[in-house]
Design a protein around this ligand. Structure first.
Ligand code: CUA
Length: 182
């Protein structure tokens, strides 16, 4: 088979680049322990809703006044589908997936993380008042484009912390689903 010189150059160029990309990823993962941008916290993806950390998805405030949001991703929805948060306040998001990889993105903010089944992704950010769209930016299947939620950010004085009792992030063990109310 005759392969044109330019075609040969491109083929070899692509092969070398793929080799470099794969090698650098492998070195970063194996030698430097660089993993996807998430927390290093694990979770059983088949028991997310029975896990104390995600049994009550949504917003809460802990004893120190820190606002936390728990979000569960699944094909093709974010749970809960609507959030209300105070402006100019540090908010910690904890996100996990029940099935495949999703991308949690609060559009036009720096609130964004990859969401992988088996892991809890976490980030902390603050917002200006307004309405924000939450989308999925990682292709996850035929309904990927419908995977969205809403975030309302209101002035701190107009915001009230929902009264829910949730396990603190430090509690890394599932409770066996004794109070599983999905
Ligand atoms: Cu979930 Cu795309």
């Amino acid at each position: 088979m005759k392969v044109d010189l330019y075609e040969k150059i491109w083929m070899w160029g692509v092969a070398v680049m793929l080799g470099l990309f794969f090698t650098s990823t492998a070195i970063a993962a194996l030698r430097d322990s660089v993993h996807p941008p998430s927390h290093v916290e694990t979770i059983d993806p088949t028991r997310v809703m029975a896990d104390a950390r995600f049994r009550v998805p949504g917003v809460s405030m802990d004893a120190t006044g820190h606002v936390q949001v728990r979000v569960v991703g699944m094909t093709f929805a974010w749970l809960p589908a609507e959030l209300t948060l105070p402006a100019s306040t540090a908010v910690t998001f904890r996100v996990t997936s029940m099935d495949v990889a999703h991308g949690f993105e609060i559009v036009r903010t720096d609130g964004q993380t990859m969401v992988l089944p088996g892991y809890v992704s976490q980030f902390t950010t603050t917002f200006d008042p307004g309405e924000y769209l939450i989308t999925c930016n990682e292709y996850c299947g035929v309904g990927h484009h419908t995977m969205a939620a809403k975030l309302h950010v209101v002035p701190r004085t107009q915001w009230q912390a929902p009264r829910v009792a949730v396990a603190p992030p430090a509690q890394l063990e599932a409770t066996g689903g004794a109070h599983d109310h999905r």
